[in-house]
Write a protein that binds this ligand. Structure first.
Ligand SMILES: *Cc1c(COP(=O)(O)O)cnc(C)c1O
Length: 377
């Protein structure tokens, strides 16, 4: 068996459900093709209801949402902001937009998300202005411990739930933890608007401020009046329309991705060196990506395996390269409760993300599994 169909198997391609076109037509027929409009309002309402928060601002990207969240908390030049080390770079870039200084916090073997012990340790050396915690690969971080630590230090927590819409921890949805949370609807996320994001909070003032800053900080006047520098960060009505159609499939897509994970896990159960990303007790991961590590691998093995996949027209990727190892962040602090390279560095050497799109079928998964089996045997 080989992937002779010629169809490339992507990590997480968009999965359209067919209803998007009706929503787009509605937006176009109503002539609401400008930014803002009724679909934007409705999308904010529906997402906040799904997640269980009171207020939301639909924005042009998840990165824009992170930028505004930090801005709203008053993060300024020279301030420290704690940030998950094992994350996609957008979480950390937003800190740099404000000339603030990221301090990277190691991952925890129990969740592969931010390590509470390392977070606590970081407070010994720094007084940060905010903490950004990423819910990685569809998994909630351990907010029981992380929120307690942030509360004890009276520091606001921003939840980066870009990869984990639909996930739960202790009966609450990801996106409802922290003083603010951000979502992304980029093309690779579990639901997409092609590009887009959202800022969520129970604090009405925060969201009103986000709506103002994202529309060039325009003051209330008949002419264009501005007291502050703003941004052009709002979502368009057409893209919000796509998001509303996608949202209806979210729970199906979560179940589908969990099924895909379980199939990988069952089929690869015999290999003792394989460890799958753990699911915290009392949590439901969306398994946005199926992620696993080979305990006897080094980075070169991962590289060879990714190349083997590539020959079969299959997209697989090493784990996100930790922020403390990124050349762009050279010289910045990294706090770990273990060895200098941290648990995140160890995962990067041994981990791989497998194709996990909700439209992936069992035959296609079989091809992917076969590549791994051949590689290991
Ligand atoms: C995708 C992603 C973002 C950024 O979202 P965009 O909408 O692409 O700007 C932020 N954080 C994490 C963890 C992500 O995976």
């Amino acid at each position: 068996m080989s992937n002779s169909s010629g169809k490339k198997l992507y990590l997480s391609p968009p999965h359209l459900n067919g209803d998007e076109i009706n929503y787009i037509s509605n937006a176009i027929e109503s002539n609401w093709v400008a930014p803002l409009g009724p679909h934007v309002d409705a999308f904010e309402e529906e997402v906040s209801q799904y997640v269980g928060v009171n207020h939301a601002a639909a924005l042009s990207s998840g990165t824009a949402a992170l930028h505004l969240a930090l801005k709203i908390l008053g993060v300024k030049k020279g301030d420290h902001v704690f940030c998950s080390d094992l994350t996609f770079i957008a979480s950390a870039n937003a800190i740099r937009y404000l000339d603030a200084i990221p301090v990277f916090i190691d991952a925890d073997p129990a969740s592969w998300n931010m390590c509470p012990k390392a977070l606590l340790k970081a407070f010994d050396s720094y007084s940060p202005k905010a903490v950004i915690v990423t819910d990685l690969y569809g998994q909630s971080a351990n907010y029981e411990d992380l929120s307690e630590i942030c509360n004890a230090h009276k520091i606001q927590l921003i939840e980066d739930a870009a990869e984990s819409l639909g996930a739960e921890f202790q009966g609450r949805k990801c996106g409802s933890f922290g003083d603010m949370a951000i979502l992304s609807f980029n093309g690779n996320k579990i639901i997409t608007t092609s590009g887009g994001g959202m800022l969520l909070s129970n604090n009405k003032n925060y969201i009103e401020e986000a709506k103002k800053l994202s529309t060039q900080a325009r003051e209330d006047a008949i002419h264009y009046e501005h007291n502050r520098v703003g941004y052009n960060y709002r979502l368009s009505n057409i893209l919000a329309a796509i998001g509303r159609a996608q949202l209806k499939s979210l729970d199906d897509y979560v179940n589908k991705r969990r099924d895909i994970f379980n199939y990988y896990k069952n089929q690869l159960d015999n290999f003792d060196q394989i460890e799958f990303m753990p699911e915290l007790e009392n949590s439901i991961s969306t398994r946005w990506l199926t992620v696993l590590r080979f305990q006897d691998f080094s980075y070169n093995d991962i590289k060879s395996l990714v190349e083997k996949f590539s020959l079969e027209n299959i997209e697989a990727k090493p784990l996100w390269k930790p922020m403390h190892l990124q050349p762009v962040f050279k010289g910045l602090s990294f706090i770990s409760s273990q060895d200098p390279d941290g648990f995140s560095g160890e995962l990067f050497q041994q981990g791989i993300c497998l194709p996990s799109g909700s439209a992936l079928n069992t035959d296609e998964q079989g091809l992917i599994i076969e590549v791994i089996k051949n590689f290991l045997n």
